[in-house]
Design a protein around this ligand. Structure first.
Ligand SMILES: [Zn+2]
Length: 153
C-alpha cells in the first residue's frame, strides 16, 4: 500500500527517470569522436591570443549534453542545451575548466571553443561573463569556429 507521504517521492523519482530518459542514449557524454583533433584546432587558433601555460589547465573536464531545451532558443528553434537546476537553458557553461557544452551536431556549431576560452581565461584570472571586456579573445573564438568548420569538425 502506498502512503500519502510516499506519493511525492514516487512522483519525483518518476520525473527524474523521465528527465534522464528524454534524450535517449546521447544525453551526457564525456567525449565526442574527433574531440582531440578539435581541441588541437582550437588551441592553434587561440595561440594567437593566449600563451601555452594558460591553455594547459591542470584539470579540463568536458561534459556534452544532448538534452533538448523545453523552450525555443532566440531563433525560435528547439535546441540541445545545458539545463541548470532552475531550468534555464545554455549553449554551454564553464565553472573554471569544468565545462558543460550542448552538442549541436559539430564542434563548430557547439559552444566548444567558447567554453574553452572561458576555461583558459580563468587560468589567467580573467573573467568576462558578459563577453565585453576582451574582444580579441572572443574574436579568436569566432576564428576557431571557422577553423573547425573548415576542418570538418
Ligand atoms: Zn560565455
Amino acid at each position: 500500500m502506498t502512503s500519502h507521504a510516499a506519493l511525492p517521492r514516487l512522483l519525483f523519482a518518476t520525473m527524474l527517470s523521465l528527465a534522464a530518459g528524454c534524450g535517449g542514449d546521447d544525453t551526457i557524454e564525456t567525449a565526442r569522436p574527433g574531440q582531440e583533433s578539435a581541441l588541437a584546432v582550437v588551441r592553434e587558433v587561440f595561440a594567437g591570443v593566449l600563451d601555452e601555460a594558460s591553455m594547459s589547465p591542470v584539470a579540463l573536464s568536458i561534459q556534452w549534453s544532448g538534452h533538448v531545451c523545453p523552450y525555443p532558443a532566440a531563433d525560435g528553434l528547439l535546441k540541445t542545451a545545458v539545463i541548470d537546476p532552475r531550468g534555464t537553458c545554455y549553449a554551454g557553461l564553464a565553472h573554471g575548466c569544468d565545462l558543460q557544452v550542448a552538442w549541436r551536431g559539430s564542434f563548430a556549431q557547439s559552444a566548444f571553443a567558447h567554453e574553452l576560452m572561458h576555461c583558459y581565461m580563468s587560468q589567467l584570472d580573467l573573467t568576462d561573463p558578459s563577453h565585453d571586456r576582451h574582444p580579441e579573445m572572443w574574436r579568436a573564438v569566432s576564428d576557431a569556429n571557422r577553423a573547425l568548420r573548415e576542418a570538418g569538425l
